[in-house]
Ligand binder design. Structure first.
Ligand code: AMP
Length: 282
């Protein structure tokens, strides 16, 4: 596996691959890799001869009250894991490589609408940071496919929207959420949970999964289901930010005939802000 930090080395390598008609898959991450990230790499491998994983802690997606310096950086361990799983390249650029004019002068790519609610409401500007950095990675690498996790449901929907809206010739693939044995979605943030909070954390998935089953059993009282779940989360010790039953396709409120539904939630437990979702066909 090659570790690359600069644009030119990356471009030369990509040129060589293209010469051989190799397809390229991109897996963007912020590092601190766990099995969820690695599953994205495995899936990428099924769609392309070459897989690039980026590890870049993108400053523009952190809010003013979020501390980017505290974000865990585990480059040595990440490198070992990526080598073992067979990624072709680990691209770990610095801020000047990604934002050559500096952050203040950087072009912003912003998707209206889809970014306004849910995680966009509680983290203003977050999704503009995400789309701006992903657009930059897409432009740098021009991959054939890019893989994102369903864990960040709203994020992958926004990236799909951006890609289609800008007619970028990149296929977006969404990978299923990898979970711990007790159902908790794997996340770098789980390490902020105390032992006691860790025993409570799987409740988030349990309440979403329960709504999924209720929907599949014919329940259509969407608002009541949302309220019940928020109440259950509170009783368990979470501070729920939102629990929402929405159309999977575009996060609009569902009507009774809607067939694909996503149930998504964010909730704070101790120091960790956890998100999760389930998608059901009804
Ligand atoms: P991050 O490094 O947190 O920005 O995540 C990088 C990518 O990994 C994103 O596309 C996430 O949706 C995805 N991801 C994070 N956690 C999981 C998980 N538990 N299962 C599958 N994908 C995940």
């Amino acid at each position: 596996m090659e570790i690359i930090q600069d644009k030119q080395t990356l471009q030369e390598l990509l040129e060589g691959w293209r010469h051989h008609n190799d397809h390229v898959a991109l897996v963007p991450t912020m590092g601190n890799l766990h099995d969820g990230h690695l599953s994205l790499v495995d899936l990428a491998r099924e769609h392309a001869e070459r897989v690039i994983v980026t590890v870049y802690v993108n400053p523009t997606q952190f809010g003013e009250e979020e501390d980017i310096d505290e974000y865990p950086r585990t480059m040595e361990r990440d490198t070992r894991r990526l080598k073992k799983i067979g990624a072709d390249v680990l691209f770990a650029p610095d801020d000047d490589t990604i934002y050559p004019f500096g952050i203040e002068e950087a072009t912003v790519v912003s998707v209206p609408g889809l970014t306004q609610n849910f995680c966009g409401a509680s983290r203003p500007g977050h999704f503009d940071g995400v789309t701006s950095v992903i657009a930059r990675l897409f432009a740098l690498m021009q991959p054939d496919v890019a893989v994102f996790g369903q864990k960040d449901y709203q994020q992958q929907l926004i990236i799909r929207h951006m890609t289609e809206d800008l007619s970028l010739p990149i296929r977006i693939i969404t990978a299923p959420t990898v979970r711990e044995d007790d159902g908790l979605a794997k996340s770098s943030r789980n390490q902020y949970l105390s032992d006691e909070e860790r025993t409570v954390a799987p409740k988030l998935f349990q309440v979403l999964d329960a709504i999924g089953h209720d929907l599949q059993n014919g329940k259509r009282n969407f608002e009541e289901l949302e309220k019940r779940a928020a109440k259950e989360l509170k009783a368990a010790g979470f501070q729920p930010e939102y629990v929402a039953v929405r159309r999977a396709q575009n996060l609009a409120p569902p009507d009774r005939d809607c067939d694909e539904i996503v149930v998504l939630a964010a909730a704070v437990l101790g120091k960790a802000r956890l998100i999760d979702n389930v998608v059901v066909t009804i």
